[in-house]
Design a binder for this molecule. Structure first.
Ligand code: FMN
Length: 141
């Protein structure tokens, strides 16, 4: 039987709740993608042009550092969950994707949002994990 991993980033808990539910339903392992420096409430203020999240999301090359990582070798199928930020995945997701070799693995992206759809997020995921088979992303509610 193939092993499934649900890896997620969540800043305010919504995606975390979804990830926990998905992992339980799929009998999958769960891994929280955490930034080395946690996001404060001010960091998450998208109305502020100078907030950390705004600065990171405006810089396509920003890659927030991970607090810890996981060996994905045992997993064939990896669900990756995140909140939609500025229409795409928070850049820490790119940090995570680029830190692994996804050869022979399938990625199933899912996200929560305040209303936005998945947009072009799948293209960015494929760019950061070129060896993976990336399935169409889903917004979960
Ligand atoms: C910095 C930032 C940017 C966001 N950008 C969007 C967006 O472009 N579209 C949208 O629908 N929601 C946006 N949201 C709302 C989140 O996607 C939504 O609240 C999500 O469910 C939060 O998940 P979390 O609790 O796991 O962090 C944004 C939130 C933050 C903090």
């Amino acid at each position: 039987m193939s092993k499934i991993l649900v890896a997620y980033f969540s800043a305010s808990g919504v995606t975390k709740a979804a990830a926990e539910k998905i992992a339980k339903e799929m009998d999958a392992d769960l891994f929280e993608i955490r930034p080395l420096v946690p996001y404060s409430e001010e960091d998450l203020d998208w109305r502020n042009k100078k907030s950390r999240s705004t600065i990171e999301m405006r810089d396509r090359k920003s890659r927030p550092e991970l607090a810890e990582n996981i060996d994905i070798t045992p997993y064939d199928q990896i669900c990756i969950g995140f909140p939609i930020w500025w229409g795409v995945a928070p850049h820490i997701i790119y940090t995570f994707l680029e830190s692994h070799n996804f050869r022979g693995k399938e990625i199933f992206p899912f996200a929560t949002s305040g209303g936005s759809g998945f947009g072009l997020t799948g293209i960015d995921i494929k760019t950061c994990a070129p060896q993976a088979v990336v399935h169409p992303g889903k917004i979960v509610r």
